[in-house]
Design a protein around this ligand. Structure first.
Ligand code: ADP
Ligand code: MG
Length: 419
């Protein structure tokens, strides 16, 4: 690293800078910068950086790593000026926030950082951000160009003015919520051959979102913007943020980077659901594992809120806590459907017995039981394919298809009753 004025006399050309009030506070950043660019970087304070960048020729500096701490929040204007100066000289900005308030973070993101990696830096996170910036400078590769409009799934509004909304949340990690969300959405999109409903998956598992992974879809940068500005976005803006899986599913993925769960609040989530239901007949929402400020927003809007769990103590205890929390908040528990994943088979009497005990002790019934589908389930996800395509006869797929048929029939008869 070279520091301050030494920057100008350093023989190796400087390609990057850290910008912070105190670089030594960001030890992991120093290490990562050394790994990524060796000696070819400098460190600057906010004011220094602004002046330094203003004096640069366009194209001489690749990026700045802008590290902003809680203490810097009192004067975010100075930080904003650095971002503006960088933009003017086509210098990419990697924002590295530490413990910033949601409002502060929003403000900086709004000013337009090119990428965003929270501090402490996760292994490889800075490397990925630098690669992403380098890629962004290249012309876009063919596979991420948006599908021509005619290939994109139809959007419509057939369900008598009311889209059906299904949400899925796991009560313990890895109990199959995303697998269910993705495959249920696919089956619903195929539930009516003659008049297929339009289906959208909203991945709101902002920190661990894996819908894009399970369907091998790119993540659009505009998603982050839309999440924050959902209340002022129109359906055209919303559609631009979607990516498409074949011609049957549209997906609102999570942003490429981890963002705080409270980056959005009930208003943004309500607005997103409004946008999705204006454009699609069916909206499937993959929820984060934890309870958030907007869990009740989704629970209130959903027609059915599926929670996945397995036959073990961890699931039982989490379910107990979840139900208790919902009760104390007066949330509509009647919408909750408990899905027992990796449920015991018909002949597993011991397992059946344990299942009954667990249901009794929770005071719930397992309205859906999903069998263990073995390795092909994970493999389908890893290959970015739905079960229907990768393992058509898999027992898990068959059960999800049954669930989808039941839901679709209920929707159709409700629409008929209203019509
Ligand atoms: N019924 C099942 N049979 C076999 N594998 C499953 C089943 N349900 C989920 N899996 C696998 O378990 C892992 C976690 O599933 P995932 O849907 O990501 O869980 P969650 O979203 O609840 O964290 C994935 O690898 C998935 O393929
Ligand atoms: Mg998940």
């Amino acid at each position: 690293m070279s520091s301050g004025l030494a920057l100008h006399s350093e023989p190796a050309p400087i390609v990057a800078c850290t910008v912070s009030s105190k670089v030594h506070h960001f030890g992991l950043l120093i290490e990562d910068m050394e790994t990524e660019v060796g000696e070819a970087w400098g460190d600057l304070g906010f004011d220094e950086a602004r002046e330094f960048i203003n004096a640069l020729d366009v194209g001489t500096l690749e990026f700045i790593a802008l590290a902003v701490r809680e203490e810097d929040e009192a004067d975010l204007g100075r930080v904003g000026e650095v971002i503006n100066a960088a933009h003017a000289k086509e210098v990419a900005v990697i924002l590295i926030p530490e413990n910033l308030s949601t409002a502060g973070l929003r403000e900086l993101l709004r000013l337009g950082a090119d990428d965003f990696v929270p501090y402490p830096l996760a292994e490889g996170a800075l490397h990925d951000a630098i690669e992403k910036i380098a890629r962004a400078k290249q012309p876009p590769p063919a596979e991420v160009t948006p599908l021509p409009v005619s290939d994109a799934p139809a959007t419509g509004h057939r369900m008598d003015g009311n889209s059906a909304i299904f949400a899925v949340q796991n009560l313990a990690g890895g109990t199959g919520a995303t697998t269910l969300a993705v495959n249920l959405a696919w089956e619903l999109a195929h539930a009516d051959k003659k008049n297929p409903p339009s289906v959208c998956v909203l991945d709101l598992d902002l920190q661990h979102g894996s819908v894009a992974t399970y369907l091998d879809l790119p993540r659009r940068d505009i998603v982050l913007e839309l999440l924050q500005d959902a209340t002022t976005m129109d359906t055209d803006g919303f559609k631009q943020a979607l990516v498409h899986y074949g011609d049957k599913l549209s997906v609102f993925t999570t942003p490429a980077e981890i963002v705080p769960l409270d980056l959005v609040g009930p208003d943004e989530v309500n607005a997103l659901i409004d946008l999705a239901s204006q454009c699609f007949d069916i909206v499937v929402i993959d929820m984060p594992r934890t309870m958030v400020m907007w869990t009740d927003t989704v629970l209130t809007r959903a027609d059915v809120f599926f929670t996945t769990l397995e036959l073990d103590l961890r699931s039982a205890q989490n379910a107990m806590r979840f139900i208790k929390a919902c009760r104390s908040e007066d949330l509509p528990l009647e919408k909750m459907h408990y899905v027992l994943n990796r449920a015991p088979g018909l002949t597993d009497l011991n397992g059946k017995n344990r299942m009954k005990k667990m249901a009794d002790s929770l005071g719930v019934s397992f309205s859906t039981q999903l069998p263990d589908g073995g390795k092909p389930v994970m493999q389908a996800g890893d290959n970015g394919e739905t079960l229907a395509e990768a393992a058509k006869k898999n027992p898990l797929r068959k059960e999800i298809m049954k669930l989808s048929d039941g839901l679709y029939k209920a929707m159709a008869s409700e629409a008929r009753a209203k019509g």
